[in-house]
Design a protein around this ligand. Structure first.
Ligand SMILES: Cc1cc2nc3c(=O)[nH]c(=O)nc-3n(C[C@H](O)[C@H](O)[C@H](O)COP(=O)(O)O)c2cc1C
Length: 442
């Protein structure tokens, strides 16, 4: 928080704001461009923060890497997890034996939401024999003071629930941690292999600086420096209606039967800050999209040697659109690149291949490349009747069937007329420009 404030990235909101709609309206207005700290929350003594991971630059800053080193940095950490030290920490300043969900300022985000939703939490659970752990984000809908509904897409936490069922358990213990280092938030969304505990990946990224603590009421681990941890059990014998929920698409996801979650304890810092995350905000899309870029980078590196960057665009909700900038050597490279992108991320709908002189994170440059280097009759790759994301309302959402389109917006090799002319700038003019751009706050 102090780092954000020192960098001018945090706004303190001192007016009284309700966790029901008011705070999410403010978060939507800033959409992560600044993090917001709500100092006066109606009905609570607790402060609420939101938008912490709201820009790509802030996430890169927290990871301590430049754009160009992001993927190798994350790949190295996934391949070299460092077991975390386990002990006590500030999250145990207050241990609550009989908490109620209404004790916490859980936000209701949109007007037609079925209730308050926890959206910023990273969950840890263990396999029945305790040999492996998993960390992942899951939204939780508050049903009453003790019960929630959890959305579990069939991935690793789902596998752990299946293993628990097979071992004869009727519930699976989980920690639900909030108020975390952005590095822990990033790993919560990383597609690390099953069996790799993402807390250990975060520990590598933090140079051995992530300490964990055993929960007091359930068999799960949580970051020892978290602001708040809810200690819960996923019921394997009870399903409840979860949703409708505004997903990263910015549209309501459907209601589904999902496992119930029971609150059995809580731990928090003395003056803990509740962490919010507005669904469908830039923060939501960046945290979904950036970790996926690592796998896309790996797949594209298999077909071309030099990849400048991968952007799961915020406009494409961090999930459906991807731009890859790379050095083209052969005329056939871009279509192979497009196929590699689709193979790496099966939910993707549109992929755009651009030359390495195009900054993939600058959508104006990407659009310029499409305008000047793309021809619909030659450079389009259309794949009908293929698996797409359930989040795309234009697809058959039940069968997850739709159409993928790839755009080769690279220039033909050896043909003139595609370059952007540059203006040589003298040292004198550079100094003058620097002076005026500082004055304009640029
Ligand atoms: C903000 C945010 C919210 C998410 N919510 C959910 C969710 O409710 N359910 C779910 O299954 N995945 C959700 N995810 C995606 C998973 O956390 C992500 O796919 C993660 O890599 C899964 O972990 P795993 O590979 O260990 O299974 C969310 C991701 C983010 C960034």
């Amino acid at each position: 928080m102090n780092g954000l404030e020192a960098a001018g990235e945090l706004i303190r909101v001192e007016e009284l704001m309700s966790p029901r709609l008011d705070i999410s309206a403010a978060l939507q207005a800033f959409d992560g461009k600044k993090a917001l700290l709500f100092e006066n929350v109606k009905g609570y003594d607790t402060q609420v923060v939101g938008g912490v991971c709201g820009t790509r630059a802030r996430i890169l800053g927290a990871l301590g890497v430049d754009e160009g080193d992001l993927y190798s940095h994350l790949q190295h950490a996934i391949g070299n997890p460092t077991p975390c030290e386990v002990g006590d920490g500030p999250v145990k300043e207050v241990v609550v034996d009989d908490p109620k969900l209404s004790d916490f300022p859980i936000l209701t985000h949109f007007g037609d939401d079925p209730g308050p939703y926890i959206t910023s939490a990273v969950l840890h659970a263990r396999s029945p024999d305790g040999s492996m752990g998993n960390v992942s984000f899951h939204r939780l809908l508050v049903l009453d003071d003790r019960r929630m509904g959890i959305r579990i897409v069939p991935r690793h936490l789902y596998r752990l629930t299946q293993m628990a069922r097979e071992a004869g358990q009727n519930s699976l213990d989980v920690s639900v941690s909030m108020g975390l280092s952005p590095v822990v938030s990033v790993v919560g969304a990383l597609p690390a292999p099953f069996g790799t505990c993402e807390f250990d990946v975060a520990n590598t990224l933090l140079g051995g600086g992530l300490k964990l603590t055993e929960c007091e009421h359930v068999d799960a681990l949580a970051p020892a420096d978290a602001e708040l941890v809810l200690e819960c059990r996923i019921r394997l014998d009870e399903d409840v209606a979860e949703g409708p929920f505004v997903d990263q698409s910015g549209t309501y996801d459907i209601q589904r039967l999902q496992p119930a979650v029971e609150l059995v304890g809580a731990m928090h810092r003395e003056d803990y800050i509740y962490q919010a995350l507005l669904p469908s905000s830039a923060e939501h899309k960046l945290l979904m999209g950036m970790p996926r870029e690592v796998r896309i980078y790996e797949y594209v590196r298999n077909v071309v040697p030099t990849v400048r960057g991968v952007n799961m665009t915020v406009g494409g909700m961090g999930w459906l659109h991807c731009v890859v900038s790379f050095e083209k050597f052969r005329e056939g490279d871009p279509k192979n690149v497009l196929m590699a992108i689709f193979a790496a991320h099966p939910s993707l709908k549109h992929a755009i291949a651009v030359d390495s002189d195009i900054d993939p994170y600058d959508m104006e440059q990407v659009e310029w490349a499409i305008a000047t280097r793309f021809r619909g009759d030659e450079d389009l790759l259309v794949i009908p009747k293929v698996r797409v994301s359930s989040l795309d309302p234009s697809s058959d959402q039940e069968k997850e069937l739709g159409c993928k389109v790839g755009f080769d917006a690279t220039k033909p090799l050896g043909k003139e007329g595609f370059e952007r002319p540059t203006i040589p700038v003298s040292e004198e003019v550079r100094r003058i420009l620097e002076k005026y751009s500082k004055g304009a706050g640029a």
